[in-house]
Structure formats: C-alpha cells, structure tokens
Design a protein around this ligand. Sequence first.
Ligand code: GLU
Length: 561
Amino acid sequence: MDYNHLAELLFPNITETPEDMEKRFPRRELPEGAVVSRFAPSPTGFVHFGGLFPSTVAERLAHQSGGVFYLRIEDTDAKREVEGAAEGLIKTLATYGINFDEGAILDESGKISDKGAYGPYKQSKRGAIYQTFAKQLVREGKAYPCFSTEEELDELAQINKKEEIKNTDWQAEAESRRAKMLAQRNFTMEEVEAHLAQGHPFVVRILAGGDAEKKIKFTDLVKGTIEFPENDEDFVLLKSDGIPTYHFAHAVDDHLMGTTHVIRGEEWLPSLPKHVQLFSYLGFKLPKYMHIAQIMRLDENGNKKKLSKRDMGANMDDYTRMGYCPEAVCEYVMTLLNSNYEEWHAKNMDKPYTAFPFSVKKMSVSGCLFDFNKLNDVSKNILSRMTAEEVYEKLSLWANEFDPEFGKALAEDKEKAVKILAIGRGGKKPRKDLATWADAKPYMGFFYDEFFKMEDSYPAGFECDDIKKTLASFLETYNYADDMNTWFGKVKAIAESLGFASDMKAYKANPEAYKGNVADISAFIRVAVTGKQNAPDLYTVMQIIGEDKTRARIESAIASL
Ligand code: GLU
C-alpha cells in the first residue's frame, strides 16, 4: 500500500509537516527542574471540588519550581460543551488562587482569549495541528482510515446500545469486537477512493502495535511503579469531523506545549497504555505523570463513596453560596493533599498556604475523604485570626449577595458591626463562632432589632417569679456607665438577694443551700437581652446594644413572663 498516497487522499488540505509544528512550537527554555503543568478541563458546567485537586497540585508544582502553569480548554466534545462554562471556570479557579501564567485567559471584555506562544489553547481551534500529526501517522502506516456511511453509523450506535444492555458473555463479545476491529484494517486504495468520492465520513484509527500479553512497567509520581498490558486496541485518533479524541489531543498538545508533568484524575490511569503507545509512535518524549486520587465521602452507612456531582460540596459554587472563605477551602485542600500540611501550618501560622513546600511524596495514593467538619474547623481557625475590620468587609460582600437584609443592617452602622465582630478577637485563644459567613446572622443577629427573636427559653428548673424578680432588680440598678466589675457586682448582689449563690466555690461546696448560682442569674438576663442561652460576653453585648434597647428588651421580657 502506498501510504503517502493514502495520507494525501485523506488530508489533501494539510500541507504542513510535524517538523513545521516543532518549529512553530519550539522547546521551552526554562531552568533545570522547572515544572510545566496544565489544567485541561472539558468545560461542561461547574467546577467540581475534585477538579480543584489536580489543578492545585499542578499550580503548586509549577509555581514552586519557577515553571509555567497554563490552562487548556478541552472542548473537543461539542455535544457536552456548555455555553459560558469556560469563562465561569476561569473566574471560579481564580477565586481559589488558581491563576494561570499562560493559556486561555479572560480579556477585559470577559471573553476568552489566548496568552502565550503555544496556542491556540482551545482544542477546537487546533484541528489542523492534530491533522498534521494524523497525516504523518498514516504516511508511516501507523494509522488508517475507517469509513462508515451514515446508515452504518446509526446501526453501530444501535448495536452498542443493545450490547450494553445484554453484556452477557464478555469473552465472546471481546473476541467479536476484536475480529471486527481487525477486519477494518483490510482495505484497498480503490475502496478508499470510492468512499471519498461518495463523501462518506471516516475516522482515523491507530494501528495498535502492542501485545496485550506483554506488560509495560511504568512509574507514576503518585501511584509508584505500576504494570499494565501493551495497547492492542485500534482506538480512534480523529473523529469523522476531524476533531481528535482525548487520547490523541493529549499526546499532541502536551508534547507541543512542553508539558513536563501531566497531572490529572486517576480515572485516566486505564488509558495510559494508549498514551504510552501514542507518544512512542509520534516520537515524543513521554512526560511525567501524576494520577490524583479521587475524592471520597462517607455515605449514611459509613461506607466510602466517590464524591459525585450531585453531592453537597461537589460544586465549587456551593462554597460561595454557603459563605466559605476561599482561603479556608484552599487550606482544607492542602490538608487533604499533603499529610504534613497541618504540622507545617501549626508552626507557620502567619504564613499563607502558598509558602508551604508542597511535596509529591506526601500525597495520598488512595482516595482522600471529604469531610465538612474538618473544613469547618479549618475555616473557624482562619476566620478567628482575621481582624474585625477584615471580617466585616468579607461578610458584607457575602451578605449583600446572599442575605441583602442582613447586608443592609451591616452597612447602616459599620462601627456597631465591627464592635460586635471584635468581641473575643485577638489574643491567644480567639472565639471561633464562625465557620462560614452564613453563620454570622444566627450568631450576631440579636444585636439588631429586626433580627432579634426569643430563640431559647429560660434555663429550666427555676421559679418564674425568680426570673421576673431578677430582671426587675437588674433594671432598677442598671447603669450604662458602670464598668464591668461594678456591673458584675450588681448581678452578684441580685443573686444573693434571691437566695442564689454569688460565689461559685461556695455553691459547689453546698449546692442544696441555694436556689442556684450567679451563672443562672446571668443566664436569665442573657436570654431576656439576646433571646439566646449562648451569646458572647453579656456586659459587652449590653454596651453595644445601648442602654435604651437593653432596658426595652428586659421590660418586654418581664411583660411576657
Ligand atoms: N479534559 C480532561 C478532563 O477533563 C483532562 C484530563 C487531563 O488533565 O489530561 O478530564
């Protein structure tokens, strides 16, 4: 067979050669050890938490080594593409500190454009590049066309569907598939010419040279050394519209764009035999690979399950809506990715997570477990270390979008809000009330009349009369100008006058001798003023709420008792 002639028949419009491509995309000149990595999503909707994982690793390794991190949009499956998804993806990733040096970027008008010398970075715009390499493989007898009429394609789709349902005898099915595949390798030039003359579509398949009985040893940077069979499947390189499959595009793009580390989800591990063969056929140096474990979650029965698209926390937009600070999510991702992150962080509290020396060796080989409680812990720590002013700014941004009523209240009196947020801040053991911005209103809403409500009842086991008397006495002696000690002295005096212990030691030594203690008295006042049994320091609360409102709340509490 004259393969040169075959290549010309199939690709008459491709005039460039692989050598031309190598000239157009020269090797990168980077210092020794610099990692070139990429994130290569198929933008079919939202950014999945599982996608933040490989992209964080890729970003860290590139930027930590003085390399390049770029974004390639893998939009070769037009059916799955969602309008605007790529734009949304770039914005979301930027929120989580994933910034690209090169590739598809958003220009000022919010449209995707290219930055860098290795583009286009959208695969749908690289058709001629892939075809140049496909033509070369045909010329070398390593790839061949496979024609189908529309009717045949329809028929095939039907058969595939039926076969999926049956799936009874795997062995027989595999053999019949293989026989069909091998039969397609046999054709004459006349047949090709006839098909082309009739305008029949064709796909280009690799002529698999592998022997599935033979094993290849391969070292994945995360998984370690693995063995897999050589590829013996004539998989499709170019679809009938001239657009490549993932496998072919991966080899061509990662080679031309100079990727040193392919960092991707472990679901691609079974495709490695195909990729190894392709790189070898194309004469490309195989990059290093890292297959990142999938994110798991525990189901209701405590079994590990893949974090699926529909699970809470899968969509990165969930975090924005729930009011998680991006820093918290990023730090949580680091704790999941590197087993020594927490230890490092404990010693380097003042440093950002980007200062952590990320190590491939400390990565989890099996699935990481997603856990909201852990995320909340990480988040509470981060929020507790922010200044009240910083919390105010971030909380306001969130509230304006997701709880405008609350946002309005915050904006109306910034000084008051900052005072509230300053309670228990600073010092060695700051309060940790907030894990998300959505926690703020339940925590501090009572400071505002419009959100104040009697959420909790008074502590149980006390006479209503004692509660009433406590509140009445408090009103009688309350003076806004009192300092904290004087204020507390008055609360103690009320306790004593009602037969409650003012001294906790005395109470503990002989609890039967009292109706209760000063903490109970404080609790009565706390519920009346805040509507809650748990609230920050009561003296400070009253100072912020102000004398009139404090009195009004206590009066109305007495009236309702
Ligand atoms: N487009 C592929 C995906 O979204 C990329 C995998 C890779 O990083 O090579 O899964």
